[in-house]
Design a protein around this ligand. Structure first.
Ligand code: ATP
Ligand code: MG
Length: 411
């Protein structure tokens, strides 16, 4: 198939927007006699005049050949083998053209069949992610009408949508991610396939899905993402307890408002990620608060009981599909429990606040800050605690405990 080719005068991607390291990698591969292009999200974002998160390179060179060309390359991945070319902390991902069986509706377990550049495009997920850019000729090479779809702001799978979702159900999560991030429309057959295949999401690797959820919490578009995930029925198979809770207005409203607050903050400080446990706590706190209020209606719970209930909630919400990493589970539980230390269930009168100077308590206070933005009546409590933290930080560090002098036994 002949691709459509768009020149600089049409696409207007200024050459200086291309990452210099990606450009260098492409040049070196070409000098060694291979084909190489910029591909995927980087090209898409440049055309949308957004700053790309990363630049990926697609090439005819095989992984071993790539490693032969770049001393700073390492090969990674089994399911999807590719090279990471490192420049300090920056990594350019270089993958070999692959052919995928794009029509058969079987779950893909490995994806390491080498192919032509056209085959490489056809195994990609959405048309807007299937564009090549050649930095030398400054041309966009389009086998799938992705350029026109970008102009139409349309999300469409490459190939038959149902087959593509069954092959790799994580693509459904990616569809919703792009929908939330760019506010694009979903092409009707792709949307129908999403509705038909949503239950298949449980056939995918839970680690990959979990990673996509966490990335979306970091993206600045988590509110529309989780909203769409719920609306299109994908949250239900993944996190059934949370999906059920979000049907209640009194839980849904504060949850989505809290997500809005985190999105606003993430957009401001892009590049400075917050702890992922803190971001997850946003998703769970309104549900947890209702549980605690309910359980403490007769007699207020103490912090030990609250901590126990937080563990119970985490087990119930994430199982059976996800396995919460142990460290994350522990921090999440502490953040959720500390909300009731910051604002106790029962007012204890004027007591001097003592804020521990540990990073997890800071995270708990960070969540409380978002809660106070949603519920302004919490603001004075938030101010009191930040002052207490500040004073704690100023006071000199406590001296190490003095060694007790052993008394000489009198003989
Ligand atoms: P982001 O901006 O979030 O990084 P992205 O589209 O660049 O979005 P990556 O995970 O970096 O996402 O993937 C790079 C490219 O690899 C995609 O643009 C797409 O062409 C292809 N790709 C990624 N995941 C899949 C998948 N599950 N199935 C098919 N192709 C995929
Ligand atoms: Mg990317």
């Amino acid at each position: 198939m002949e691709p459509k080719v768009y020149s600089l005068s049409e696409h207007q991607i200024a050459p200086d927007q291309i990452d210099t390291h990606a450009f260098y990698v492409i040049q070196k591969l070409k000098e060694a006699g291979h084909k190489a292009y910029l591909v995927g999200g980087g090209v898409r974002d440049l055309l949308l005049q957004q700053k790309p998160k990363d630049f990926d390179v697609s090439t005819s060179a095989k992984p071993e050949e790539i490693r032969g060309i770049f001393r700073n390359a390492i090969l990674i991945g089994r399911r999807f083998r590719l090279a990471h070319v490192r420049f300090g902390r920056k990594v350019i991902e270089v993958s070999t053209f692959r052919s995928g069986d794009t029509e058969t509706a079987d779950l893909i377990v490995r994806d390491n069949e080498w192919g032509t550049e056209e085959q490489d495009v056809l195994r990609r997920d959405f048309t807007i992610n299937g564009l090549f850019y050649d930095p030398e000729s400054q041309e966009i090479i389009d086998y799938v009408d992705g350029y026109l779809d970008l102009e139409k702001r349309l999300l469409r799978t490459i190939g038959q949508p149902e087959a593509r979702f069954i092959q790799d159900p994580v693509r459904m999560i990616r569809l919703i991610k792009f929908c939330a991030r760019f506010q694009f429309e979903i092409d009707a057959p792709t949307f129908q396939a999403l509705l038909n295949c949503k239950g298949d999401i449980l056939n995918s690797s839970s680690a990959r899905v979990f990673e996509e959820l966490l990335r979306m919490l970091e993206s600045g578009a988590s509110r529309p993402f989780f909203h769409l995930l719920q609306e299109y029925g994908l949250l239900q198979p993944l996190l059934p307890n949370l999906a059920e809770a979000l049907q209640e207005k009194e839980i849904a409203e504060p949850t989505f408002r809290l997500l809005e607050e985190t999105d606003a903050e993430m957009k401001k400080q892009l590049g400075q990620p917050l702890d992922r446990a803190l971001l997850l706590s946003v998703l769970l706190f309104p549900l947890f608060e209702i549980i605690i209020q309910h359980k403490s209606s007769r007699q207020p719970l103490h912090l030990g009981q609250i901590a126990e209930l937080s563990h119970q909630l985490l087990d119930e919400v994430f199982s059976p599909f996800f396995q919460l990493p142990r460290r994350m589970r522990a921090i999440l539980s502490l953040i959720l429990t500390a909300q009731f230390r910051i604002l106790p269930l029962e007012s204890r009168g004027q007591k001097k606040l003592r804020a521990p100077l540990d990073p997890i308590f800071s995270m708990a206070l960070h969540l409380f800050k978002w809660r106070a933005a949603v519920q302004p009546e919490l603001l004075p409590t938030y101010t009191d605690w930040t002052e207490a933290m500040y004073q704690g930080a100023e006071s000199p560090a406590p001296l190490p405990p003095r060694r007790r002098r052993r008394r000489r036994r009198r003989s």
